[in-house]
Design a protein around this ligand. Structure first.
Ligand code: HSE
Length: 435
């Protein structure tokens, strides 16, 4: 058999240990499929003495992970350190300078520095692969770069954060509070080190910006993702949505609009109301799901575990097998120089239905004030629920779903209500997931 692909592992957390276990457990079948064995030669992490449940004695221990790629016994570096900058980024740069390939699960680094790193990888004629960075074990990067490569992708959207999905679907099933369920998600180990990245939508935005680049041939543009998390949602919103025929899911969505010969890029992460009969309404727990709409393939649905040691290791090792086979390719599907710089799309003219939730003082005329603002802005109400007097220092909850209309009309209605003494907190506006 051919020479092994020699691998250095940087970062030995749950995913790193999972990679070691997978490479050992499936060594024979991986070697057959890759055409040569995968051999881990060197490892590095912050703490040498921590018990990780795997035997590290066969591998050289390297204290300074940044120089892993410079070793003569290393062909490819696997970066599982995390963080958009710091040691992970330094390691990526030195790895390409040394002319070696990099596999990473680091969505933050790819979202922020993906173009620079892809350019460096292309210049060095080595690989940069990040299947594990988006939706854990789901082969969605491969699905888009390879399986759907012949299609124009018209829209890509999905459930990209397992922590939020776990929290929302558990709140839905049990009626439990947000904070209580977040603590459970952290204990289960799929929340980010800083859970704000999950619940504020940042993690999903990292992943969406990567998917959008690959789907549309766009330059990665994390900064232009319109991002909102799930922290403002109440159990009562979930109950109201249920009464109206929806579940609430944090959805990342991207598409493009043609303006002459250029395109504008729309990228949004926000909780959406998802109709019961939509496939994404049945994605529960920490599962991720991505829908890509190709102009010839039609709707493709990728679903599976978005985090965890086994699924994430599966994605990392799939990338290693590609490299062992000599498959490098442009990291974002087309060479960096050909990725289009797309301005951020305006959203005011986008058509859709919205869920509006108001916390209001319980006194005569309040509902009339709200409906007058909606009337003046040209927003038509499809259904409305007012919950009786409850909690919140006498505030009551009024929620409604609008008929289809331009987003700017809803924004105008909210603007008209700005400063109203009838509202006890700013309104919550969520979009409905359309077909
Ligand atoms: N914190 C992430 C999630 C892990 O909850 O989906 C995988 O990126």
């Amino acid at each position: 058999m051919a020479e092994p692909l020699r691998i250095a592992l940087a970062g030995l957390g749950t995913v790193g240990a999972g990679v070691i276990r997978l490479v050992e457990a499936n060594a024979a079948l991986i070697a057959r499929r890759a055409g040569r064995p995968l051999q881990i030669t060197a490892v590095s992490a912050r703490d040498r003495n921590k018990d990780r449940g795997v035997d590290l004695s066969p591998y050289a221990w390297v204290d300074d992970m940044v120089i892993l790629g410079e070793r003569d016994d290393v062909d490819v570096v696997v970066e599982l350190v995390g963080g958009s900058d710091g040691p992970a980024l330094a390691l990526a740069r030195t790895t390409f300078e040394a002319g070696k390939s990099l596999v990473t699960a680091n969505k933050a680094m790819i979202a922020h520095h993906g173009l620079e790193l892809a350019a460096k990888a292309e210049a060095a004629k080595v690989g940069l692969k990040f299947e594990a960075a988006v939706a854990g074990g789901i082969p969605v990067i491969k699905g888009l770069r390879e399986g759907a490569a012949a299609n124009e992708i018209e829209r890509v959207y999905g459930i990209l954060n397992g922590t939020c999905n776990f929290i929302l679907s558990t709140m839905e099933d049990t009626g439990r509070d947000f904070a209580d369920v977040l603590a459970e998600a952290q204990a289960k180990g799929f929340a980010e080190a800083d859970p704000a990245f999950d619940i504020e939508g940042t993690d999903a935005a990292h992943k969406l910006s990567i998917l959008a680049a690959i789907s549309f041939g766009a330059q990665v543009d994390f900064a232009s993702v319109e991002t909102a998390g799930i922290t403002r949602l109440r159990a009562a919103d979930i109950a109201q949505a249920d009464a109206l025929g929806f579940v609430i899911r944090l959805i990342g969505m991207a598409d493009t609009e043609a303006h002459g010969s250029t395109h504008h890029l729309f990228q949004r992460v926000q909780p959406h109301l998802v109709p019961f009969d939509h496939p994404l309404a049945h994605v529960d727990g920490a599962t991720n799901a991505v829908v890509a709409e190709g102009n010839f393939s039609g709707r493709l649905l990728f679903q599976g575990a978005g985090a965890g040691d086994g699924p994430t290791a599966s994605a990392v090792v799939a990338d290693l097998i590609d490299l062992a086979r000599g498959e490098i390719g442009a990291p974002f599907s087309v060479p960096v120089a050909e990725l289009e710089a797309m301005p951020r799309a305006e959203t005011g003219h986008r058509l859709g239905r919205s869920y509006l939730r108001f916390m209001v003082a319980d006194r005569p005329g309040v509902l009339a004030e709200i409906t007058a603002a909606l009337r003046d802005a040209g927003v038509s109400i499809e259904s409305l629920i007012q919950k009786g007097r409850a909690g919140d220092a006498g505030a009551v909850m009024v929620s409604m779903v609008t008929h289809e209309g331009p987003e700017r009309a809803v924004a105008e209605a909210i603007r008209l209500l700005d400063g109203s003494e009838s509202l006890t907190e700013p309104p919550l506006v969520l979009h409905l997931l359309g077909d």
